[in-house]
Design a protein. Structure first.
Length: 66
């Protein structure tokens, strides 16, 4: 049986009003992707714990590195 380890690193890229934009990439710190979180909705509780991740994290630019 083969196992695959996945490592993703991210860092804050910028703040736009109530939205945080993060750069992300693999563990070699090749931060080529961007995603956005609406912090106001997360903090206010407007987003419930059973909300699909695709509704919480908006990918702006996908990371193409494998």
């Amino acid at each position: 049986m083969n196992s695959v380890a996945i490592c993703i690193k991210y860092k804050l890229y910028r703040m736009d009003d109530n939205k945080a934009v993060y750069a992300y990439g693999d563990c070699s710190e090749n931060f080529e992707g961007l995603f956005e979180l609406d912090l106001e909705k997360l903090i206010s509780g407007e987003i419930s714990s059973d909300t699909d991740m695709r509704e919480i994290v908006k990918v702006i630019k996908p990371c193409m590195h494998k």
